[in-house]
Design a protein around this ligand. Structure first.
Ligand code: NAG
Ligand code: NAG
Ligand code: NAG
Ligand code: NAG
Ligand code: NAG
Ligand code: NAG
Ligand code: NAG
Length: 472
């Protein structure tokens, strides 16, 4: 990891800026824990990792996460201080001035639209001062009516690689809990009600394989896990088909014909526009436009009523190299060393996509947009490729309650601040559920490698969806 000291500004911002950046980098690192960039020689072809179809890579895409479990637990229970939060915003501003001195389009600079009616509503709703409803706070409680669908069913939409009932796993005590937010009147998920509410509407998930888990979870919740002849595959409408030479489509789209409700997922692990530099060369480098949202999102945004974004686990050097992603800014290869730092590149991508989306919301008033926070990893005694594991089976052994003030993710919270995009803050509540990952019972079943990144389904992503549905 790069320390704050090696970080220097050219020109105007002197010692104060450097000090601020040092503090901010430190606190950002605490939060994001970008891990070992070398850790991705990635030969161990774990089957559960989603591989983008256009660029069939030989590498697992979602293998490396970014949080170190132990610290992350502590940190998730410790709210960011007001000062930390301000500083976080501060560095974005500083970076904006420094890296794009002449560009009014600087993606770091957020458009503040104080006249937005949504914004007023949101700020009064989410103010920590009154006891307002905050879905991220609350506790896990035992509930014998869980899970919401059977892990033996839902074969139509649930990947077998995430279906823990189909593995050798002996213990399913993790299934019997629901999240009870504090001060929120959250109704039980009811799939007919949900589909009625979503009549003629489209829900889109865009993100990495954890976003795909949330998508599959919602498909299972909405069908109750039953075979459903009334659900149509409409991937072709979004060009989500398996293109020639691809391992799988870039995403999936299904429509519930009775209510004309569409649920779709598009794979975009970085939320950047990815453009192969040589279309005819399978092994070409790929331009990763940090300041430009994925083409898919630009093309189909007008058809979405609900959009859920996420990113995080792909922001490390190993992943970028393995995918041959070459950072681009302003349409040209990035030469700014500060932006090239992974954390800054990630922040730029998040701020850019958020800024773009917020501007779009003006002309897409029916769209409800959410940014989901990082899904925590729980590798103990090693990392994903060095024998790390998550063998605990006792639910909530580290407590069942989350009571932090503020957001668990200052970068996302900062980017969303004064926008109409809502945060779907699932990090702290998921952090308490180390026992609910695939663990060592992966479909490949080599007892020496565990998946402590993805979750069993049914499982924790169902809860993310309950929180989402409660807010739409
Ligand atoms: C529980 O919390 C302790 C202390 O913070 C930490 O060391 C441990 O790793 C946590 N265990 C799990 C399973 O998260
Ligand atoms: C925040 O900073 C101010 C001055 O910069 C200081 O007085 C205050 O104690 C700090 N608050 C916290 C929670 O660190
Ligand atoms: C289904 O909903 C879409 C809007 O999402 C609408 O354009 C379309 O006409 C609807 N189709 C039917 C058959 O009602
Ligand atoms: C693109 O790739 C093809 C196949 O590898 C190669 O023949 C061609 O020269 C490349 N084009 C450019 C502009 O590099
Ligand atoms: C699952 O694990 C829990 C906690 O360790 C234990 O109480 C329960 O008996 C186990 N159930 C089975 C079927 O092994
Ligand atoms: C959001 O912006 C306001 C001022 O516009 C600031 O007071 C607040 O600390 C910011 N919150 C976050 C989470 O960045
Ligand atoms: C798996 O781990 C066991 C001990 O934990 C070891 O004996 C065995 O060689 C390992 N197998 C592989 C394929 O690494």
């Amino acid at each position: 990891m790069k320390g704050g000291n090696s970080y220097s500004f050219r020109g105007r911002h002197v010692s104060v800026a450097v000090a601020l950046v040092a503090i901010v980098l430190f606190s950002t690192l605490l939060w994001t824990w970008e891990t070992n960039p070398i850790a991705s020689t990635l030969r161990s072809a774990h089957e559960w990792y989603h591989i983008p179809s256009e660029f069939p890579a030989e590498v697992p895409i979602d293998s490396v996460g970014t949080t170190k479990p132990k610290k992350a637990v502590e940190k998730s229970l410790t709210p960011p201080t007001e000062n930390e939060t301000k500083l976080q915003v501060g560095v974005e501003g500083a970076a904006a001035v420094d890296s794009h001195p002449k560009s009014p389009e600087s993606p770091f600079k957020k458009k503040v639209s104080p006249e937005s009616p949504f914004q007023k509503k949101e700020s009064s709703e989410s103010s920590p001062r009154n006891e307002a409803c905050d879905y991220a706070k609350g506790k896990w409680v035992a509930d014998s009516r869980r899970p919401l669908y059977s892990g033996f069913g839902c074969k139509q939409w649930l990947s077998s690689m995430w279906s823990c009932r189909m593995t050798q796993r002996p213990n399913f005590s993790f299934e019997g809990y629901r999240w009870q937010p504090k001060n929120c009147d959250m109704q039980e998920f009811d799939r007919s009600k949900f589909l009625r509410k979503m009549k003629d509407k489209t829900i889109a998930f865009i993100g990495d394989s954890l976003g795909r888990q949330q998508f599959q979870s919602l498909m299972c919740m909405a069908t109750g896990g039953e075979e459903s002849p009334e659900v149509q595959n409409v991937g072709w409408e979004y060009d989500l088909v398996k293109h020639r030479g691809a391992i799988r489509p870039d995403g999936w789209a299904y429509r519930f014909t009775k209510t004309n409700t569409t649920i779709l997922y598009y794979w975009s692990a970085s939320l950047c526009d990815l453009v192969p530099l040589n279309i005819t060369d399978k092994h070409t480098d790929v331009a990763m436009h940090l300041d430009r949202p994925p083409a898919f999102m630009r093309q189909y945004l007008h058809r979405f009523d609900v959009l859920v974004l996420n990113t995080g686990h792909h922001w490390n050097r190993g992943k970028l190299n393995a995918n041959k992603w070459i950072m681009h800014v302003n349409g040209t290869p990035n030469e700014d060393k500060k932006i090239a730092e992974i954390l800054n590149a990630k922040n730029l991508a998040i701020y850019s996509v958020v800024k773009w989306l917020d501007l779009q919301l003006v002309s897409h008033p029916r769209l409800k947009a959410f940014f989901r926070t990082l899904s925590p990893r729980h590798f103990f005694n090693g990392d994903w490729n060095t024998g790390g594991s998550c063998d605990n089976t006792i639910p909530l052994s580290n407590g069942s309650e989350v009571s932090l003030e503020g957001s668990s993710d200052p970068v996302i919270a900062g980017a969303l601040n004064s926008t109409k995009i809502k945060i779907l803050d699932i990090t702290p509540l998921s952090q308490l559920r180390d026992e609910a990952h695939m663990s060592r019972y992966t479909i490949r079943g080599t007892l020496n490698s565990s998946d402590c990144l993805h979750w069993c389904l049914p499982g924790i992503p169902d809860t993310w969806n309950e929180l989402l549905v409660a807010q739409i």
